[in-house]
Write a protein of this length. Structure first.
Length: 259
């Protein structure tokens, strides 16, 4: 299986999952395309930001910014993740950089890769003209259970609803985010720690480990899994919690941790 990786995070899941992909003798990595995240339409970008602030409130926005490290740097430190640039050098994987996910350079790089499957690891919206290039399209890892938690941050919304379990889903990419056919899914227990931040970061780290294994399993047996792909039913979309919702998450965490 020949794959190309598209990522917007130097220290994200692409960097963590790359060694597992390289170790498989049934997966060929055509290259890694690293998006440096230049914002082309700044007016639209900031308008969306303003709408989100209006929805979750200023306190929720500030709290959301504070929580970002729970899902990124904390997890990277737990797992000891090196940068994708260093990983590519180490394993001899071609690395290319682009300024935007959906620009002409990305499109050209995707076509040059001649991949059977594209892997989206840590990106935002990908346009159809990009995700339709590989022979079998592109797939994404969503570190939550679909379709119940579309566009949701891992773990916190499960806790909000009183669940002690979370999971990850590997699905086909389509125009709507986190809505494509499900190829592979696993559930795991939430790793409860002393405080909410530790619970989130350690559980997300466990999810990354599991999803790396699941991704390799899927790619090595892609025909089998794709033949059994299931379309998603009606789901529910989440965003950053408001501050009131965050307080509920924190209370639920204490109840579930001690229950």
């Amino acid at each position: 299986m020949r794959v190309v990786i598209l990522t917007s995070a130097e220290y994200g899941t692409a960097a963590h999952h790359l060694p597992s992909l390289v170790e498989s003798d049934r997966i060929e990595i055509a290259g890694v395309i690293l998006n440096r995240g230049e914002v082309k339409n700044k007016r639209r970008y900031y308008w969306r930001k303003l709408k989100k602030i209006w929805k979750i409130g200023l306190a929720g926005t500030i709290n959301g910014i504070r929580m970002r490290s729970w899902f990124s740097t904390d997890v990277q430190q737990i797992l000891g993740v090196d940068s994708i640039c260093d990983q590519c050098k180490k394993y001899g994987v071609p690395l290319f950089e682009t300024d935007s996910i959906n620009n002409e350079k990305t499109e050209s790089l995707m076509r040059d890769a001649q991949a059977e499957v594209g892997l989206s690891l840590g990106n935002g919206f990908i346009a159809p003209r990009i995700f339709q290039i590989p022979k079998y399209g592109m797939i994404n890892i969503h570190h939550e259970v679909l379709p119940d938690f579309q566009n949701a941050q891992s773990v916190i919304w499960q806790i909000y609803h009183g669940s002690k379990n979370t999971g990850f889903t590997i699905h086909q990419i389509e125009r709507k985010i986190d809505a494509g056919a499900i190829l592979y899914q696993e559930h795991i227990p939430i790793v409860f720690k002393a405080d909410l931040r530790e619970t989130v970061s350690h559980t997300v780290a466990a999810l990354w480990k599991k999803s790396a294994e699941g991704l390799v399993r899927l790619l090595e047996n892609f025909s089998e899994y794709s033949s059994k792909a299931t379309m998603q039913g009606k789901g529910k979309t989440y965003t950053t919690p408001s501050y009131r919702q965050f307080l509920t998450i924190r209370r639920q965490h204490e109840r579930l941790k001690n229950g």
